[in-house]
Design a protein around this ligand. Structure first.
Ligand SMILES: Nc1ncnc2c1ncn2[C@@H]1O[C@H](COP(=O)(O)OP(=O)(O)OP(=O)(O)O)[C@@H](O)[C@H]1O
Length: 280
């Protein structure tokens, strides 16, 4: 690669206060850079502003100060190039799984315009995505006929149906049992290998962060800001066996120390090997 490539996500000195001047300061002077195609996990103490950060990047809330630039453009409203999945899959109960997955196509241009004429092509795409996460044969079921894990898989497909350049995942596997969660990590890793989106994942699960991400960003207690970052040195995509290795577990342990310190309002001093090339 030659020359300087502009980061895909640029968050500069962002602050966010809910509820006016006397309200809750959720983020204070937060900055970060995320490269195109990079998978970044954001971890931090509960209530430190992780979901707030996601809302600002996707344009669901405006920031109180600072700027958020995605794909070279300042974010000024809901971002159509983003796909989102949250802890609760929020499927529409009266629609089939296939219809739920296709929902963003009814909203996001240029798909909205093309949907009527090219419905069978889009349906085929939704079926392929569902097959990729092990849901072939469940297209015509309604959400209540699926388990929580299956609904979460479908919600991942819904987040991906419009080829988002940016995939925003806020605790998407938080409500699932550990086996389902690990299975979904592998499926998400496979989806990312094929589709190569830029991903921001908010999680409380440090193992999940290390298994999936290229880089883990650690936030301070509220008002949140990035206090440390750690590059994950294992090649992607990874096999679950890696989670049992010593280097993997050491990295998880190191992140845990960062979070514990952040909860106490302290910071773990960075070692020279932990340079922070992207976080400002
Ligand atoms: N809509 C809102 N109005 C007022 N305050 C809010 C709102 N949303 C979040 N907050 C406050 O902002 C702070 C950050 O919340 P946020 O949900 O971003 O944290 P979080 O790191 O995602 O939390 P958790 O890890 O528990 O999910 C919290 O103190 C929260 O109470």
């Amino acid at each position: 690669m030659s020359g300087f490539e502009r980061p895909f996500v640029e968050i500069d000195d962002v602050s966010m206060r809910y509820g006016g001047a006397e309200g809750t300061l959720a983020l204070r002077h937060t900055s970060m850079r995320i490269a195109k195609g990079e998978f970044v996990a954001v971890v931090g103490p509960s209530g430190c502003g992780k979901s707030t950060l996601m809302r600002l990047v996707t344009g669901l809330w405006p920031c109180s100060a600072g700027s958020v630039i995605v794909a070279g453009k300042e974010v000024a409203g809901p971002l159509s190039i983003a796909g989102m999945a949250f802890q609760a899959p929020t499927m529409l109960p009266w629609r089939t799984i296939l219809q739920n997955v296709m929902l963003p196509l009814e909203v996001v241009e240029p798909h909205r315009r093309r949907l009527r004429g090219e419905r069978s092509m889009y349906e085929e795409k939704a079926r392929k995505l569902l097959a990729l996460v092990g849901l072939a044969g469940f297209e015509d079921k309604t959400p209540h006929q699926l388990s929580g894990g299956m609904q979460q898989r479908a919600s991942l497909c819904r987040a991906l149906i419009h080829d988002p350049q940016l995939l925003m995942l806020d605790e998407p596997f938080g409500a699932l049992d550990v086996f389902t969660r690990e299975e979904l990590w592998e499926q998400l890793a496979e989806v990312c290998r094929i589709l190569k989106p830029t991903v921001i994942l908010v999680t409380h699960d440090l193992k999940e962060a290390v298994f999936l991400a290229d880089r883990v960003l650690i936030m301070s207690a509220r008002p949140g800001r990035i206090i440390a970052e750690r590059k994950v040195p294992f090649e992607r995509p990874r096999n679950l066996d890696i989670t049992y290795t010593q280097p993997f577990q050491e990295l998880v342990h190191e992140l845990r120390e960062h979070i514990s310190a952040a909860r106490r309002g302290e910071e773990v001093p960075a070692s020279p090997a932990q340079e922070a090339p992207h976080a400002a």
